[in-house]
Design a protein around this ligand. Structure first.
Ligand SMILES: [Zn+2]
Length: 416
């Protein structure tokens, strides 16, 4: 989907969540989008919205950047063989995930463990997901190379030229001992790769135990499933990563929920929440749910008693910072991947942020990618109390058919 060269306005925003943990809420009620990018942020009357072809009235609801899921295991298309999962990526898009990042295409039968096979798998994923957008809009960064014996510096150069820029979570499969992977990580960095490593005991037969000291030696950009994947490590290991390293630390939905509470509490004490990143680690045998990122936001905000806007930054801007992506924040020049959330019908929270803080899962009322409306809500995601207006027309879910079965896109083309 190409960015459209037209003007889109989002007006009457109730609360504007920035995705920037240093300033989680922006004082503004209007966003103007031009050519798929955020062009202006300000107050009604300050921004000229008259030229906008599409005017979204947020009706006082909460606007946030689209979520980024930094921990997924896609393989090809919107199909992952291990769970026979079809359409799971589109499902996540409809629940507000507008960008997905691969941690390795290892959920395939007959996973190759040689350099040629692994390079082929990563290149195939990087190239196909560059063009293929699940649900017509989801931005997928596929093609995460697994480190295996025999890879040379030339391989990393070749891979970078082919569009591969991710190293799959070290410890997930393949080589993991610092003595084997540190030289490869050095080559990877030279060619612009981002590197992840997993903390924890073994999870699947091909995975390997990696503890804090080894991860610190590897020095990745992101330590994944620090709250367990799904089995957690002794808490001293988590503390060590918080205290003795400065890379980002991921808490995942498919982890240990109690370890997540302890991890986030400790990061807050150490003023390190700008390093917190929220991921799903899906699809796995432990679960494959479209709202994993939203559920994790709710879990952390409610159980750690943190402001929802700060936790949303850990699912948006912090992740964009980790991987150097121009999404994840409401900021002039960023790609306009934006969602509008509302409290679920019947919630005691007065808006989506309050609902999250008391543990209620909000619903989406609009999902936008590159300034284009791609959906109003997910399949059977929570029915919201309010709704948006598009070009003056209220778009409310009224019937059971609309709510459960769709059309979830409400024939968007005819709306604007
Ligand atoms: Zn994983």
């Amino acid at each position: 989907m190409d960015a459209i060269s037209e003007i889109v306005a989002i007006e009457n925003i109730g609360k504007l969540v920035s995705g920037d943990i240093n300033q989680p809420i922006l004082e503004a009620d209007t966003i103007l989008i031009r050519d798929g990018k955020i062009a202006e942020i300000g107050w009604k009357g300050e921004i000229d919205v008259e030229a906008a072809k599409t005017r979204v009235d947020a009706m006082g609801l909460v606007v946030t950047p689209g979520f980024i899921d930094p921990h997924t295991h896609m393989v090809i298309g919107d199909w992952t063989p291990i769970q026979k999962a079809i359409g799971w990526m589109e499902g996540a898009l409809l629940a507000g995930v507008t960008t997905m990042i691969s941690q390795g295409e290892n959920n395939i039968g007959g996973l190759p463990m040689d350099p040629a096979g692994n390079k082929a798998l990563a290149i195939l994923a990087a190239k196909t997901y560059k063009k293929y957008r699940p649900g017509g809009a989801l931005k997928v960064h596929g093609g995460a190379l697994m480190l295996v014996e025999g890879l040379t510096e030339q391989d990393f150069k070749e891979m970078a030229e082919a569009g591969v820029w991710l190293i799959a979570e070290i410890g997930g499969c393949g080589l993991y001992k610092p003595k084997d992977v540190v030289p490869m990580v050095k080559w990877a960095r030279k060619y612009g790769f981002k590197v992840s490593a997993h903390l924890g005991p073994v999870s699947i037969p091909l995975s390997a135990p990696l503890m804090a000291d080894e991860i610190i030696e590897i020095n990745p950009d992101l330590a994944v499933h620090v709250n367990g994947g799904s089995t957690s490590v002794p808490f001293a290991e988590v503390k060590k990563l918080v205290d003795d390293a400065d890379f980002h630390l991921e808490a995942v939905f498919n982890g240990n929920p109690r370890a997540a509470v302890e991890m986030v509490d400790y990061m807050r004490k150490k003023d390190a929440l700008d390093r917190l990143v929220i991921g799903s680690d899906t699809p796995t045998g432990n679960g494959m749910i479209p709202v994993a990122i939203l559920r994790m936001v709710v879990q952390i905000a409610s159980l750690n008693r943190l402001p929802a806007a700060e936790v949303i930054a850990a699912a948006t801007g912090n992740t964009a910072d980790t991987f150097g992506l121009n999404v994840g924040k409401i900021e002039v020049g960023r790609e306009a991947d934006i969602i509008i959330l509302d409290r679920p019908a019947g919630s005691q929270g007065r808006d989506a942020l309050e609902a999250i803080e008391i543990g209620d899962i909000p619903g989406t009322t609009l999902i936008m990618v590159d300034g284009q409306i791609v959906a109003l809500r997910g399949r059977d995601t929570r029915q919201t109390a309010g709704c948006v207006k598009i070009n003056g027309v209220e778009r409310k879910v009224t019937t059971m058919e609309d709510y459960l079965w769709g059309p979830w896109k409400f024939a968007i083309d005819r709306l604007i």
